[in-house]
Design a protein around this ligand. Sequence first.
Ligand code: IPE
Ligand code: IPE
Ligand code: MG
Length: 248
Amino acid sequence: MGRIEPDDSKKNETCEGEMPSHVAIIMDGNGRWAKARHMPRIFGHNAGVEALRNIVHCAINYNIEILTIYAFSTENWRRPQDEIDGLFALLKQFVRNDLTTLHKNGVRIRIQGRREGLNNEILSLIDEAEEKTKNNNKLTLVICFNYGGQAEILDATKAIATKVLSGEIKVDEIDIETFEKHLNSAGWSHPDLIIRTAGEQRLSNFLMWQSAYSELVFTQVLWPDFETKDFEMAINEFKKRKRRFGGI
Ligand code: IPE
Ligand code: IPE
Ligand code: MG
């Protein structure tokens, strides 16, 4: 698939603000997209992968540093087994089929989430993708898979508590910086912009810690229909926002 260039003529017309360097997306609405076509839900997830490929190219073209995507939540285990199997198969397929192209385009891949619950085949694919692309610096694609913000915070808390018990850290030393070091996202910037497709206005346990000062943009567009122009609209909306981080 060819690269889709952003429409430069429109880009700076009304938007003066800075570009986001880290964009995160809650890719929602695959099931509804399939249902509207009287097709099984997995058909929507398949179409969602196509939309993702395009948005990765957009992010590269826009010089976005980090694109984080929510692919499978710790709560998505509540879905029927055949849908879970389908989503796992899609992740495997995406990593296997797209790895060469992503690597060629300078994409660094990171998978964020709990490793427990993932089988060895997926784990070794993830390790291979991360290892192969670790020196790329055009775009970092963070795939949140088996990810939950609360699980991430709990895991960090347990790791810190263990260090307190062993005397490695003192209670008074636990500050924001220390806490962040124990998160999956340690060392990475927080998302400037979080986009959620398909109309729901909630985070659904996505990046609970890191979203503290993210700008949120919601769109009715279902994820498989999310195109370059929708990405541009979200970026333009972001550029109009005034970020204050608690200041004035
Ligand atoms: C998002 O689409 C993909 C995942 C959660 C894995 P959904 O499957 O949630 O689609 P809807 O919300 O049912 O339409
Ligand atoms: C959030 O979507 C998870 C992903 C996009 C992977 P859900 O469809 O699971 O969220 P809820 O259930 O509508 O809150
Ligand atoms: Mg959903």
